[in-house]
Design a protein around this ligand. Structure first.
Ligand code: SAM
Length: 283
């Protein structure tokens, strides 16, 4: 035994932590969805919220139901994936894309853009509007991917609640929008249906940043408010996919609370806008 300060004893995980981990392992084995490397605290909160909403007495009871009933897994997926989005979310990000990235994109005869973790489509429609206003939409193919099939289904429809549109209009204007936002949708009852021609060049597809690989070379990857739910290891995996997918000097946009600074890819990108989390693949 060596003399000196004894190291602090490791605190064993709580029963709830153990049950959450077992649930994620069961989901992976049964359905191949890999939530094992998501951040613990927020994942635990979401599981406990699901438990409450599904009126189940324990995580073990939830695991039992998830294993036996694919329908329960589909419900749980809605809690685990946080399908929350908005159009022109963080308007300054879209303004920076317009001012700092678009001039470079205009130099390519054709473009491929990957919106990873696109949720219910608000980010995709925002980008499509911006690209149309900059004369780029017709030459662009957008891959909009997510792991939640229900979100992708909503995204394909391009119908968003009318209550949200007032806020989206303000975001659009702050993002440097050049027209009247109402030019892009038709209001009917309690919803706004966005111009379907905006997504004529959009491919909505199931793709997991946890388990799938790169599928195309792209000029811009926009992955916002997704890495925040991943641990360091999974963040690095996702950033590795983006790095591999991006062409020479391609662009990467992340969410306001995300960054490549402490990742294994910090040296592989240069910072184009630190405040808006926009990076450019290094030389
Ligand atoms: C909070 S939403 C972000 C939506 C949009 N990007 C935005 O910023 O408004 C997070 C999305 O990431 C998706 N997601 C979670 N894990 C994922 C994974 N492993 N691969 C791909 N998408 C994932 C979720 O399904 C969800 O739609």
């Amino acid at each position: 035994m060596t003399a000196g300060k004894p190291s602090a004893p490791l605190r064993p995980p709580s029963n709830v932590d153990i049950e959450v981990r077992l649930l994620m392992e069961a989901i992976y084995l049964k359905y191949s969805y890999d939530f094992r490397n998501y951040t613990g605290a927020s994942q635990k909160r979401r599981v406990l919220y699901a438990l409450d909403q599904l009126k189940l007495p324990s995580i073990s009871a939830l695991q039992d139901k998830v294993l036996r009933e694919p329908g329960t897994f589909a419900l749980l997926l809605q809690f685990l994936t946080i399908p929350v989005s908005e159009m022109f979310r963080d308007p300054a990000y879209f303004l920076a894309l317009r001012r700092q990235v678009v001039p470079h994109l205009l130099t390519y005869p054709s473009l491929k853009i990957w919106v990873a973790g696109c949720s219910t489509g608000e980010e995709v429609f925002s980008l499509a509007i911006l690209l149309r206003e900059e004369g780029l939409l017709e030459r662009t193919l957008i891959y909009a991917t997510d792991i939640n099939p229900a979100s992708l289904e909503k995204a394909r429809k391009g119908i968003f609640p009318i209550d949200s549109i007032k806020g989206y209009t303000a975001n659009y204007q702050r993002a440097g929008g050049r027209r009247s936002f109402s030019d892009y949708y038709t209001a009917a009852y309690d919803a706004g249906r966005f111009d379907p021609s905006l997504c004529a060049g959009v491919i909505f597809a199931d793709h997991s940043l946890s388990t799938d690989s790169v599928f195309a070379e792209t000029h811009l990857v926009s992955c916002r408010n997704v890495l925040i739910y991943f641990n360091r290891e999974l963040q690095d995996r996702a950033l590795g996919l983006f790095h591999e997918s991006l062409c020479h000097r391609g662009f990467l946009g992340l969410g306001a609370k995300e960054s490549i600074d402490f990742s294994g890819y910090a040296g592989a990108f240069e910072v184009l806008s630190r405040s808006e989390r926009i990076y450019r693949k290094g030389t």
